[in-house]
Design a protein around this ligand. Sequence first.
Ligand code: GDP
Ligand code: MG
Length: 359
Amino acid sequence: MRVGIIGLGQSGKSSLFHTLTEQTPEPPSGKPHRRLGRALVPDERVEYIARNENAKKKTFAEVNFLDPDGFPPESGKSLTSEFLAMVRGCDLLALVVRAFRRESIMHPLGSVDGLRDIRNCFSDLLIQDLAVFEGRHERSSKAYSHGDKDLKLEIDTLEKAIAALGNDRFLSGVEWSKQELQIIRHFEPLTLKSGIVVWNVDEDAAFGRGGVGIPEDVKALCAERGWGVGAVRLSLESEVMEIEYEERTEFSHELGIDETVRDRFLIAVYDRLGLLSFYTAGPTEAAARAIRRGDTAWDAAGKIHSDIQRGFIRAEVMSFDDYVKYGNEEGVKKAGRYRVEKKEYVVQDGDIFYFRFNV
Ligand SMILES: Nc1nc2c(ncn2[C@@H]2O[C@H](COP(=O)(O)OP(=O)(O)O)[C@@H](O)[C@H]2O)c(=O)[nH]1
Ligand SMILES: [Mg+2]
């Protein structure tokens, strides 16, 4: 899973990247590039399985982050097409919005107005999609008039998308048939992606769970677009990340942070993308991996190794709860709770798999 961090210049994108990945942003290179990093998803179940199996290694599910960086300062006034092209392949967009005051840091539009910035950025996404679909529509229409009649459904779908975008609607808010969805997904439209607005407030701002610190009109705008929104204090959080891991909790408490941005953010990503975790357990490794709700045992096998997917024979499964209740795999078997499933089996949160395969 990959999250693309977007936002105007100086809004706090790289600070967010830094807090999420604990990767120190290198000095600006002056050339546009994708800065990549990852965060491991904290998981008590992996810890438990590792202890119980005496596993040599623990592997946590991971979420990847992309911070498009190195753009010239002038381009920080809006989300340009070069900038947005970098996040096309991402599963989720995180739009960082400046709500902190701090006079000494310039705002590219000259004043701090988060609602305006969100509106502008949302229309940048929309315009970008519109350009992609219009370009494709023109080409497909030409081919159609030259006799390629297979393009009928594509053209109808493109027109539906163009009409929606023209009416200021995100593609995620439109009803699509399975076939239509397949067609538009191919273009990786930005307004079809899940999104979260990261409302970056001052270190002394009122702040808390359930949207404390976020103005009502901002919440309403995000809800209208189907985006999530959460407040963060990135300058504080960056400070916390500077501290040695062992001392972080205590320091965080002193600052009134009871949950790090990273933990809250990862929970939000799981929620937005409809992710769940499945596991593998053994003496060599206790591992968690993320998968989308509705995905099958066959998809899960592919998350581990393409060979396991290719040679898939069957999946042996127990739930994490049974594993805890009956002590170990043998206990689960004795209790008659160990299952054998086929490729089509829909993965449940907490499933512990053993894949039989043959290549
Ligand atoms: N006071 C304050 N400064 C911040 C905050 N977030 C970021 N900054 C500062 O704003 C500047 C731009 O941040 P950066 O993360 O590089 O923004 P980017 O251009 O979007 O990547 C840096 O000097 C940060 O230290 C915040 O929440 N409060
Ligand atoms: Mg940056």
